[in-house]
Design a protein. Structure first.
Length: 451
């Protein structure tokens, strides 16, 4: 048999083949049908590829329990015989993922895409891990290896677009994303890449109009892609001062789809924090998010995720925050893990900065978080997502009375958010404190009549 992109698979059962296809397409298109591979793998335990994909799916939960859930499927995959070399690579990828041997997994993904450019699972998996490691040139490189072999696959161009964007090659990113949409106008990762392009260029009105025009395509996607693209739209609403639309987006699309999932939780955390920094009253919305984050316990699966869990717990005064900070300290001392240096030299400093912010010790927040900011990309997340930590640092500067430093940061931010309502309101305040009334008036004029 062959999968939906024409790659040979060792399979004799139509239901198993369908489960494999559902995972491949569901994984790259962010559709819930990706989970159908679990039933296929359970019903066909001798099928190595289906069971490897099931193990990978569980690892994408990004939770401490994931390896335990993945292990039975991995055991089945390792016992399978007669697989093609590409299928053997998928099994090995699952093994490396479960074992936490991520550098080797990245190498395997890239080698497999080089040999089989239509293997969208290995392309997506390779981008996922290079992204989490902050190796954005590698994200782009693995996507380029799929061309021209996958030239007819919209999702390959969407992944290429995001690789370009994270390397700050915005024109190339826009070209690749628009080509993806010329093949399939519903491709959500291409929508996502363009959201980043518009945000980085400071094209708030254009980005808002574009995302609103394609939002109907996200209705039936998995919770991450549905919520995350709406999260991007919400960033534009913050800039434009559209508070009612912002709160509606949060309540309807960003929080509540899958409250136990890591990405949904951090999306809610970062959006609530940004709203508050922008002066928006979020009511009692923090409580529900923090309750779900607290259930994770001492989760140090990913620096990027863990730091946002810590912010939510600190913001709400949850005692679990102390336990999580201790877990971060322990993780930073674990030299057996491939990412020990990131936890020790980056995440640990950031964690103490976030804890200081929660304690309203803004000088320590500035000191600790300032050490981490230059290297935060190594812990994962896009530059748009990591901007949360820049904003925490900025708020600490303002609250501590460091107006000179705050003015510098705010004017630099105005290069990509020139007419942002919250940003110019902060600038006006900083200029007032600095004894510069003309500049304060100019900032208020950029806000408009309400300024």
């Amino acid at each position: 048999m062959h999968d939906l992109y024409g790659l040979p698979i060792t399979c004799t059962d139509d239901a198993t083949r369908q489960g494999i296809d559902d995972f491949v397409h569901g994984f790259i298109s962010f559709q819930p049908k990706a989970a159908n591979v679990l039933k296929a793998a359970k019903n066909d335990p001798a099928n190595g590829l289906a069971n490897a994909y099931a193990a990978i799916l569980y690892m994408l939960l990004e939770a401490p329990v994931a390896p335990k859930l993945a292990q039975p499927f991995l055991d089945n995959a390792l016992a399978a015989t007669g697989l093609t070399p590409r299928e053997d690579a998928a099994v090995e990828a699952a093994r490396l993922f479960v074992a936490g041997e991520i550098p080797k997994l990245i190498q395997l993904c890239e080698a497999t895409v080089s040999a089989h450019p239509r293997d969208m699972v290995m392309l997506k998996l390779g981008q996922y891990h290079t992204f989490n490691a902050g190796d954005f040139p590698a994200m782009l490189r693995v996507a380029q290896k799929a061309q021209p072999g996958a030239a007819d696959i919209a999702y390959a161009h969407g992944m290429l677009a995001f690789g370009f964007e994270e390397c700050h090659l915005l024109d190339d990113a826009e070209t690749a994303a628009r080509h993806a949409l010329s093949i399939d106008a519903s491709e959500p990762w291409a929508h996502h890449a363009l959201a980043h392009v518009y945000l980085t260029r400071g094209q708030v009105a254009e980005g808002t109009a574009f995302l609103e025009s394609v939002a109907h395509h996200w209705a039936d996607l998995n919770s991450f892609m549905h919520a995350h693209n709406w999260w991007h739209l919400a960033l534009f609403y913050i800039s434009a001062g559209r508070t009612d639309d912002l709160l509606a987006a949060y309540d309807t699309h960003v929080w509540g789809l899958s409250k136990d999932y890591s990405q949904d939780q951090v999306g809610a955390v970062s959006l609530l924090a940004r709203m508050e920094f922008a002066g928006v009253n979020v009511g009692d919305r923090w409580a529900d998010v923090a309750n779900h984050v607290a259930k994770r316990g001492a989760d140090t699966t990913s620096p990027f995720l863990t730091l946002q869990y810590l912010y939510a717990l600190g913001r709400t005064g949850r005692p679990e925050g102390e336990d999580l900070l201790k877990a971060i300290e322990a993780r930073a001392e674990d030299e057996s893990r491939h990412d020990c240096a990131v936890w020790r030299d980056v995440a640990l400093w950031a964690a103490h900065g976030i804890a200081a912010h929660a304690a309203e010790d803004y000088e320590d927040c500035i000191r600790f978080l300032g050490k981490a900011l230059p290297r935060l990309a190594e812990g994962g997340g896009s530059h748009a997502q990591r901007d949360l930590f820049e904003q925490i640092h900025l708020e600490a500067l303002i609250r501590s009375g460091r107006t000179a430093q705050a003015q510098q940061v705010l004017e630099m931010r105005r290069t990509f958010d020139p007419d942002g309502v919250p940003l110019n309101a902060m600038l006006a305040e900083v200029y007032d404190r600095s004894g510069l009334p003309d500049q304060a008036a100019a900032a208020r004029a950029r806000i408009g009549p309400s300024g």
